[in-house]
Design a protein around this ligand. Structure first.
Ligand code: SF4
Length: 483
């Protein structure tokens, strides 16, 4: 499915992210890559919930389907751009098309009682205050901050909490630049959905580059920084320079060896690396970090092979790789989008062919529209196993099904039988205490369980090995040893 990259859209579009004419002297190569001319510049145009009805392709759907979208997008964030609409979604395959499922609201994304409550309010044109109150209550029910993000992960500098940062594991700091707290489109499964719904209490972000650098300077055990969001690649290159340039120049940050950038821009807006006015400047910035000896890792979110099929996506991948950056891929396993081994195997094969390293398969997290996307751990592991069997060794670099839980990142290593008991074999890939990492532990097999919190220890034990220590960390009786 290789759709041509020619914008022929006739809709009335809404520009949300203005394209800057800014260009840095320092990073401007002055010379365009010869391939650039093959792709014409395109203005970024985006639709939000208020503009749903103005998407012409939506008119193919029934009034009931369109009303359902309105209900769901009252609670969960919705945003999609014209590239996704025109080049990624196969409208002849709607509603089953995985890119449609990835970006457009579906009725079952809300529990029936939540859906009915909002539908009723919309039908009787209830006052805004009443609707807002209902929406807030429902959002609170959807676990907006999974894995103790607000309580346990916020680091301190000089005794003060540092906004927009998480330091959960010893080696890596996550930074949420305030200009990067949106995305070129929103994924309907997003576990960071709470950041996009306009409630300031649900956001955490920082615009303080200096604080980031000062924090890193006094934490010499940190080797990795992950810029995340939202999507940091929605930022202009000039903003990225503020955060990233000192990583290659400031001797206090010499110990920060690996710069990771989490992004879905290769799917949602590959023009960021090809035709945007500051695309070349961005590539030069990444190149300069590589030249300074840093490992630049693009942590690319790919949920389906369809995302990598357009010419411009492939050109963006080629140009990014030319900087010396390494692209790694990650995705949760999601019902309605990629819950079969063939899709994963084809994705990994495509990635290997394009020079991308398959890295993580995640378990859908316990937040937001989880009821719609979650897949039992047993089935998830089975899909992983069967997908891995279909690819060569180069595609088997992917870690399989991992849950980002409060105590750490837990991988389902397999299902087996030990002394007559059927069990899940689990291990920490990352832990609040680094000593937990790589220790196998066992849970009773449960065909329906979808998350660690639903599992019980195997062999008659009452607790998993880490539970007492983790409880003590939460109560402040022992330090979080990862930091
Ligand atoms: S790109 Fe990432 S942060 Fe943005 S909506 Fe998708 S999953 Fe969420």
């Amino acid at each position: 499915m290789n759709r041509p990259f020619t914008a022929s859209d006739k809709e009335e579009y809404f520009s949300v992210i203005p394209i800057s004419e800014w260009s840095s002297q320092k990073y401007s190569s002055g010379q365009r890559d010869p391939a650039w001319g093959r792709f014409s510049q395109d203005r970024f145009r985006v639709f939000t919930a208020r503009q749903l009805e103005s998407i012409s392709q939506i008119q193919r759907l029934s009034p009931e389907q369109r009303f359902s979208m309105k209900v769901v997008s009252s609670v969960l964030p919705f945003r999609v751009n014209h590239y996704v609409i025109s080049h990624l979604i196969d409208w002849d395959n709607v509603p089953d098309d995985p890119m449609f499922q990835l970006t457009f609201p579906q009725p079952d994304m809300l529990a029936t009682e939540h859906f009915d409550r909002i539908a009723d309010l919309l039908k009787r044109d209830a006052p805004k205050t009443e609707l807002d109150a209902a929406v807030t209550e429902i959002r609170d029910d959807l676990n907006p901050h999974p894995a103790g993000q607000q309580e346990l992960n916020v680091p301190k500098l000089d005794g003060e909490p540092v906004e927009g940062m998480q330091h959960k594991y010893r080696e890596i700091v996550l930074f949420f630049p305030s200009q990067g707290q949106t995305c070129h489109s929103y994924c309907s499964f997003c576990f960071r959905w709470a950041q996009f719904v306009g409630d300031k209490d649900l956001r955490f972000a920082s615009n303080e580059a200096k604080t980031l650098h000062n924090y890193l300077a006094v934490h010499p055990r940190v080797t990795d920084i992950l810029l995340t969001g939202g999507d940091p690649m929605v930022m202009k290159t000039r903003n990225l320079i503020d955060y990233l340039e000192p990583m290659g120049e400031d001797p206090r940050l010499e110990h920060v060896k690996n710069i990771r950038i989490g992004t879905k821009s290769l799917t949602f807006w590959p023009h960021r690396y090809v035709t945007d006015p500051d695309a070349d400047d961005l590539l030069r910035l990444l190149e300069s970090l590589v030249e300074a000896g840093k490992h630049v890792a693009i942590m690319a979110h790919f949920n389906h092979w369809q995302e990598m099929e357009t010419d411009i996506a492939r050109e963006a991948i080629r140009r990014l790789r030319d900087t010396g950056a390494i692209i790694r891929s990650q995705s949760p396993l999601l019902a309605h989008i990629n819950d079969n081994p063939e899709t994963w195997a084809r994705s990994w094969r495509t990635q290997v062919q394009l020079g991308i390293v398959p890295y993580y398969m995640f378990v859908e997290r316990d937040t937001g529209a989880r009821c719609y996307f979650e897949v039992p751990l047993a089935k998830t592991w089975d899909i992983y196993r069967r997908a891995v069997q279909k690819v060569s060794g180069l595609g088997r670099t992917v870690r399989g099904p991992s849950m980002s839980t409060e105590p750490g990142k837990v991988e389902v290593q397999g299902v087996t039988e030990i002394q007559g008991e059927k069990v899940f074999v689990l291990r920490f890939i990352q832990g609040r205490n680094p000593d937990w990492v790589q220790r196998p532990f066992f849970a009773r097999f449960d065909e329906k369980a979808t998350w660690l919190s639903q599992l019980k220890p195997a062999f008659g034990k009452s607790k998993f090995f880490y539970e007492d220590e983790y409880q003590a960390m939460k109560e402040g009786r022992v330090a979080i040893r990862s930091v």
